[in-house]
Design a protein around this ligand. Structure first.
Ligand code: BES
Ligand code: MN
Ligand code: ZN
Length: 502
């Protein structure tokens, strides 16, 4: 995929996408009418510039333009609707359009009239969408056609001279973030028989090598030595040994200045059968997505390393499948944990919080981060609360929570804060152990889960937990069934870019 910025159209015959906003259309449409030889009246009859609406014209009075495709953006917009409109267009026209396309943003287009949007959001949206359009869910199909996969292979974006510099800067970042997002999507969409704890860890090692950051994979023996008992307990029923992957990025040039240390932990359950507290098959079908948080953490670290952000970032992903076996951890078992707390396993399907507990405890003890964040497809209850609209956020630090909510709104990956009152901790009191992993009742399920996790953060003063069960994997116009979304990568890259050390 080759994206370049030009200040005028080349002489080659071309297909041009012309984004049209609903406000002040007359100048734009007049120019289009002139070149195309179709009257403005006829164009406005068939095209109202509603969001995602398209109109194809075959210009008569020119040899440069073969096709004009007007693409509607409605009246008002935000980063997400801009991205979605472009992505929807590219996706739907994958098989219909030539591989080389021009995108006009200044000669005919009036997209700059779009309310609530900026040039950066438009460039970023177009680039991100054109890259995501190349994403192929059917990697394991026999009949995939190579040229469809590369669509569009070339995108010439027409902008004005004074915008080139900024556009090039946005492009660099947009490509990096979108590619990281693609990597997350690939990992999440791969079925569990194609990706397990071992191969997931390998994918991180490969990325670390490629982009120059440190990746250490603890194998079972080292996991035992490091007392990551809760991860080992969840892994008991598995054929595949667990991994505990530690990714670490530190900018080279800033060694002596104090920079923020950020710790991320992602849930890496490569398949969640529920264990002996087994899920019904409808509930189990999609559970390859249960390493979504882990994949997101890998994606964030990769993007941050490539962007060379001035922070010290540690991303940890404990990984295993949660399976059924004679050796599986049982409901009623009492297990140990890295933090030293004993845990009564009331329900083996509440496994994510167990491996996160070890990940958070290990990270906070060994790296002493300024901010500690976990990301996980943790509870169905978070979907009951917020649906598929926003990630469910819990935090003991209002500044962090506010920042994530505000950035999420701005970039179109929403999060919504829920309380973590101390009273939720009572529900986790066990007669037999220091804590139990499930209260036994579903009330406030996402919040008792968050409260469980918080217990293992070493009382970290700046902790945030994001439950992405409804966001990592879901229905969209880009697939027939549920598929990975890449949600969270943009949000946290944006958060880390804006992080001020205090
Ligand atoms: N992996 C699931 C949560 C999940 C649900 C992710 C739907 C994606 C979509 C998690 O491990 C789980 O099973 N949670 C249980 C917790 C319960 C047993 C306390 C749930 O939400 O039902
Ligand atoms: Mn589960
Ligand atoms: Zn799970």
């Amino acid at each position: 995929m080759n994206i370049q910025f030009l200040t005028s159209f080349s002489d080659k015959t071309q297909t041009v996408i012309i984004p049209i906003s609903k406000s002040e259309t007359s100048d734009a449409l007049q120019k289009i009418a002139e070149v195309s030889g179709v009257s403005e009246g006829l164009i406005t009859q068939d095209f109202e510039a509603e969001t995602k609406q398209t109109l194809m014209l075959y210009p008569q009075n020119t040899t440069t333009f073969e096709r004009f495709i007007l693409l509607g953006f409605g009246e008002k917009s935000n980063a997400k609707t801009i991205r979605d409109t472009f992505r929807s267009f590219f996706f739907q026209n994958k098989e219909k359009l030539p591989n080389s396309l021009s995108l006009d943003l200044c000669q005919f287009s009036n997209l700059s009239n779009l309310k609530n949007s900026s040039f950066v959001e438009i460039i970023d949206g177009a680039i991100s969408a054109s890259i995501l359009a190349g994403y192929d869910l059917g990697q394991l199909k026999n009949d995939r056609k190579e040229d469809e996969l590369k669509f569009p292979s070339e995108l010439n974006v027409i902008i004005s001279e004074d915008q080139i510099q900024e556009a090039e800067k946005v492009k660099l970042e947009s490509e990096i973030v979108t590619q990281a997002q693609l990597r997350v999507m690939e990992l999440v969409d791969l079925p569990a028989n194609k990706i397990d704890a071992q191969t997931l860890a390998k994918s991180a090692q490969k990325s670390g090598k490629k982009y120059g950051y440190k990746v250490t994979v603890l194998q079972k023996e080292e996991i035992e030595k490091n007392a990551l008992h809760a991860l080992l307990a969840v892994n008991q029923g598995s054929q595949v040994p667990p991994t505990f992957t530690i990714t670490e990025y530190k900018p080279e040039s800033l060694d002596n200045t104090k920079i923020p240390v950020v710790g991320l932990v992602g849930k890496g359950i490569t398949y969640d059968t529920g264990g002996l507290s087994m899920k019904p098959s409808e509930g189990m079908y999609h559970m390859k997505c249960d390493m979504g948080g882990g994949a997101t953490v890998f994606g964030i670290v990769e993007a941050v390393a490539r962007l060379k952000l001035p922070i010290h970032l540690i991303g940890i992903v404990p990984a295993t499948d949660n399976n059924v076996d004679a050796r599986s951890v049982r409901p009623g078992d009492i297990i140990d944990s890295h933090a030293g707390l004993t845990i009564e396993v009331v329900n083996t399907d509440a496994e994510g919080r167990l491996i996160l507990a070890d990940g958070l405890s290990y990270l906070s003890k060994n790296y002493n981060p300024d901010v500690l964040i976990d990301i996980a497809t943790l509870t169905g209850a978070s979907i009951v609360s917020l649906g598929y609209e926003a990630g469910l956020l819990c935090s003991n630090n209002q500044e962090t929570a506010q920042m994530l909510m505000q950035l999420g709104e701005q970039i179109g990956e929403k999060v919504w804060q829920m309380p973590i009152w101390d009273s939720y901790r009572k529900a986790l009191n066990s007669d037999l152990a220091d804590i139990k992993n499930y209260p036994g009742v579903p009330a406030a399920g996402a919040l008792t889960a968050a409260k469980f996790i918080q217990t293992f953060t070493n009382k970290h003063p700046k902790w945030a937990h994001l439950d992405i069960a409804g966001m990592a994997f879901g229905d969209s116009e880009f697939a027939k069934g549920k598929s990975a979304t890449g949600y969270g990568v943009r949000l946290f890259v944006e958060y880390l870019k804006n992080l001020k050390f205090s």
